[in-house]
Design a protein around this ligand. Structure first.
Ligand code: AMP
Ligand code: ZN
Length: 463
């Protein structure tokens, strides 16, 4: 089955055909490095890592070029460095290293190129000069602004009306703007702010031009896929699109625009500004394995909203535990060969990254492993274990030696079991007996037997 991806530009699933034969080029907006990544940020990284893995599997690892930038010029960075009393370079280097460590733990492959804004200012200045020469931008009072009126297709990606765009961008109404929708390409810096020399005075680039210049530098004027979270469609991606296409004489910028849905807490988008965030770093510190976080993030389809709860994390933990238990049956080394991946798993992923369905296939595979083990069909069990390991690899999961993973989990097992028992008691109290039975069955599946006491409490033992 060919790869099919939902394109935010056409608003439908389209068959994916690379522009350049068998070579795929993808750009994803990376982190602004001033603080630890929260799990909403991690969702964007893991989703596009999942896509990267599927593309590598389909076209070959040498045929995919994945660029994800590091935004290391931004006003939030300036503010955070000042608040910490820390030089900007120290702050960005430190948070970039933390970002790498956290994303490595989630099994996210490093991109092929990771450009930094600070390394691409001359390219940004050149692109701005081109936009001015072409009549798409103008300099005013030390600023350079993109003139939205010069680009009739402005708004095509986000499909917003002019009024909505102006309201959505919360634009500054500045006297030097010809149109309230015009956005900044270059702005002046005060002596205490980072600054580069430019034809418009000492200053720094705006956020949007950074990605237009870096994608051009590393992928060319036209490429296959551009990704990021839903919040980036407007204004960030709309502005990138306008800048790049007008700088390139109207040539198409990107074939597929892809956006992951929000991760939220109590129906509110997780964000640093609201303070309702959980960092990846904290979860890892609490002993949650990176693969559990990854599985929790992939259990929901990437375009759907994902409500982050302890229960969702527990569920992912139990699911992964079960996969590793199956992989450990017979306690022998499992053959790991990527080509063995199960067709339905691959096909589900090729259908616009249907990770929930693919994960169901993975769980079914574990059931089959267990069955053949119990029936003493050793050869079949070994074959299925190879398929399970390869299918897991497509997900960036099951990369740890099963015995080592299971030992690590055993230590936190008791806490996990106690929290499930509490959830079951609560379910019974609320007369949700089907839920209570389901929890009992889940525990039986991992070898835990429950004994209900007359006083309403529950004891447990290992089978
Ligand atoms: P930032 O560092 O805020 O620029 O965000 C980096 C990436 O994380 C972008 O692709 C954002 O769209 C994405 N992102 C931020 N918050 C969330 C969230 N709550 N859910 C999903 N993606 C998010
Ligand atoms: Zn960007």
């Amino acid at each position: 089955m060919p790869l099919v991806l939902y394109n935010s530009l056409t608003r439908r699933k389209d068959p994916f055909v690379p522009i350049d034969g068998n070579n795929v080029r993808m750009y994803v907006c990376g982190p602004t490095v001033y603080d630890l990544a929260h799990i909403g940020n991690a969702r964007a990284v893991v989703v596009f890592d999942q896509l990267y893995r599927v593309l590598r599997h389909t076209y070959g690892a040498d045929h995919v070029r994945y660029v994800r930038n590091i935004t290391d010029i931004d006003d939030k960075i300036i503010d955070a460095a000042r608040a910490n009393g820390e030089p900007i370079e120290a702050l960005t280097a430190r948070t970039t290293a933390l970002f790498h460590a956290d994303m490595d733990a989630l099994g996210a492959l490093r991109p092929d190129v990771e450009p930094r804004c600070t390394g691409h200012v001359p390219q940004m200045i050149a692109m701005i000069a081109k936009l001015i020469a072409g009549g798409n931008a103008y300099a005013a009072e030390g600023h350079v602004l993109f003139a939205v009126a010069s680009w009739p297709r402005y708004g095509r990606l986000s499909r917003r009306s002019r009024q909505e765009m102006i309201a959505g961008a919360r634009v500054e109404v500045a006297p030097y703007k010809r149109d309230p929708g015009d956005f900044v390409l270059w702005k002046p810096s005060t002596p205490d702010q980072p600054a580069w020399d430019s034809p418009w005075g000492r200053g720094r680039p705006g956020w949007h031009i950074e990605c237009s210049a870096m994608s051009e530098a590393h992928l060319g004027e036209t490429f296959d896929i551009h990704g990021g979270g839903l919040d980036l469609i407007f204004p960030h991606h709309e502005n990138e699109l306008a800048q790049s296409e007008s700088a390139h004489g109207g040539k198409k910028f990107v074939n597929f625009w892809m956006h992951n849905g929000f991760l939220s807490v109590d129906s509110t988008k997780m964000s640093k500004s609201l303070g309702n965030f959980v960092t990846v770093h904290d979860l890892l510190e609490q002993g949650v394995p990176g693969e559990v976080i990854r599985l929790a993030l992939l259990s929901t389809h990437y375009r759907d909203p994902l409500n982050w709860t302890d229960e969702a994390l527990d569920q992912a933990r139990r699911r992964l535990f079960r996969l590793y238990v199956a992989l450990n049956r017979g306690k022998h080394p499992v053959v790991r060969d990527n080509d063995l991946a199960l067709d339905p798993v691959r096909e589900a992923l090729e259908d616009d990254l249907n990770t929930p369905l693919a994960l169901t296939h993975l769980s079914d595979l574990a059931t089959l492993v267990n069955r053949s083990h119990d029936l003493g069909e050793i050869e079949e069990r070994d074959r299925l274990q190879g398929v399970l390991a390869a299918s897991g690899q497509l997900f960036g999961l099951l990369s740890i030696e099963p015995e080592i993973f299971l030992k690590g989990e055993q230590r936190s097992d008791d806490a996990l079991i106690r929290s499930r028992i509490a959830a079951r008691i609560q379910a019974r109290r609320e007369r949700r007996f089907a839920d209570a039975d389901q929890i009992r069955n889940e525990l039986v599946n991992i070898g835990i037997i429950l004994e209900d006491k007359p006083d309403g409490t529950t004891d447990w033992r290992k089978a």
